[in-house]
Ligand binder design. Structure first.
Ligand code: SF4
Ligand code: SF4
Length: 435
């Protein structure tokens, strides 16, 4: 069978998914304390609406959205606010956080089902917005903004991103196996909002059981949805590469998927949309894969937002003696974590405990050109890095720095182990500042 894919660049890292792919989703017992950041999403942080000493109930708004590209934050637990303090999240951003001491008993107010087919697209969109749904693949872009189709634009294809191409991560894979109907219903709700001509679920070929289960469920429910099997290749799950593979369309530099008639919705977000619209349940918990060679018992865990990474590590039986680095996210795009009490945010899909440091040495560039060959965006990482190193940020921007997806393919192939992605992150920040 011919598998769809993108053509330019990409790499084939060992996927290491066998460590956790057979681990069913387990619910974490409520931690004693949650640290809920107001910067759970791309865009302006939310504004806390609670103060120290206030009681909070599960699902109540504790932070209001601050502008168009922002999202409200809800309490993941019943409890009492013990502090409002600054916290550093996995991306390194510092924001206000509401610290909640959780009650020993927790309520579950989301038992009544609502028939979404009776609602207008505008009403469905407004529920998605009010429930604080964001992209759960890592970027955490507010989903309501993504599902807003401007006047005069039409959506050709709604693509559900079930690729999960980062090594080790299996949270979306488990959702496909264990919450198949719910994920599909979430996709149908998203489709009712954006009214596409075609609905596609993109799944990598290394998850054939998930693809078969999806296809069978689609047939049973008589949905007009196609499953497209994709070549196992990193970064197949990146929006632009996925659109190229599924629609054979290129999103031009500086443009959005909508400009080529595409809306891409992460599979975990489809599940969150289902819970939000059918049960009116805000995004207060998510599935996260905790894996890596140096964790005792890798798992897929349903945990409240604001759970400290240390609680997840304890739930997995702790770290092995050879543990050296902790990474939030996958090994290609994740962030090294120096404080294991860093709290989970809505975009936290993975936590890895690894026996060695990633990029533990670096040497000068040997001009091998591998980074250029493997960049899926067709950039020249070596030249951009050299310019950033010498403070020539504008020159790096002229080479297309802002198109860099920070996918890590260049760094993965670089024989000199140059910290290319860190350089590009810094270059973007400095370039914007200078502008
Ligand atoms: S991190 Fe940026 S420069 Fe490097 S391969 Fe990915 S898109 Fe290209
Ligand atoms: S892969 Fe590394 S060593 Fe090779 S050209 Fe690129 S930056 Fe230089």
């Amino acid at each position: 069978m011919k598998l769809a894919t993108f053509r330019r660049g990409g790499v084939h890292p060992d996927d290491r998914k066998e460590l956790s792919k057979d681990k069913k989703i387990e619910s974490l017992p409520f931690p004693e304390e949650l640290v809920v950041s107001m910067s759970e999403h791309l865009g302006a942080p939310a504004t806390p609406t609670k103060k120290k000493g206030d009681a909070v109930t599960r699902g109540e708004v504790i932070g209001t959205a601050n502008g168009y590209i922002s999202a409200p934050v809800h309490s993941p637990a019943d409890g009492v606010v013990t502090d409002i303090r600054k916290v550093r999240v996995q991306s390194g951003a510092v924001s206000d956080a509401v610290v909640i001491k959780c009650n020993p008993e927790q309520s579950n107010p989301w038992t009544e089902k609502h028939d979404w087919r009776k609602e207008s697209p505008e009403a469905l969109l407004s529920i998605v917005k009010d429930m604080g749904i964001v992209g759960m693949g890592g970027a955490a872009f507010p989903t309501s903004v993504k599902l807003t189709v401007p006047m005069g634009k039409e959506v050709d294809t709604l693509i559900v991103n079930g690729v999960e191409c980062e090594p080790y991560l299996t949270a979306d894979y488990r959702l496909m196996l264990e919450k198949t109907s719910e994920v599909l219903e979430g996709a149908m709700i998203a489709a009712a909002i954006v009214r596409p001509k075609r609905i596609v679920i993109g799944i990598e070929a290394n998850k054939p059981d998930a693809a078969t289960l999806m296809e069978n469920t689609i047939r049973e429910k008589n949905y007009q949805v196609e499953v497209v099997l994709l070549k196992t290749k990193y970064p197949q799950g990146d929006e632009k590469q996925l659109i190229k593979a599924v629609m054979n369309a290129e999103v031009p530099s500086g443009k959005l998927p909508l400009d080529v008639g595409a809306v891409v919705c992460n599979l975990g977000s489809c599940y969150a949309i289902y819970e939000a619209v059918v049960y009116r349940k805000p995004l207060i918990e998510r599935v996260i894969t905790v894996s890596g060679e140096s964790i005792n018992n890798p798992k897929n865990i349903l945990a409240p937002i604001g759970t400290k990474f240390s609680s997840l590590i304890d739930f997995c039986g702790g770290e092995k003696d050879d543990a050296v680095s902790t990474v939030a996210g996958g090994p290609m795009m994740g962030f090294a974590i120096y404080d294991e009490d860093t709290p989970m945010v809505k975009g936290s899909g993975g936590l890895l405990v690894l026996p060695k440091l990633i990029d533990d040495f670096s040497a000068p560039c040997v001009l091998c050109g591998k980074c250029v060959q493997h960049c899926p965006m067709g950039l020249q990482p070596n030249k951009m890095f050299r310019n950033i190193k010498y403070g020539n940020y504008q020159a790096a921007m002229d080479l297309g720095l802002m198109d860099c997806k920070e996918c890590g393919c260049c760094a993965y192939t670089c024989p000199s182990h140059l910290p290319l992605v860190q350089g590009f992150k810094l270059g973007k920040k400095m370039g914007r500042k200078k502008k």
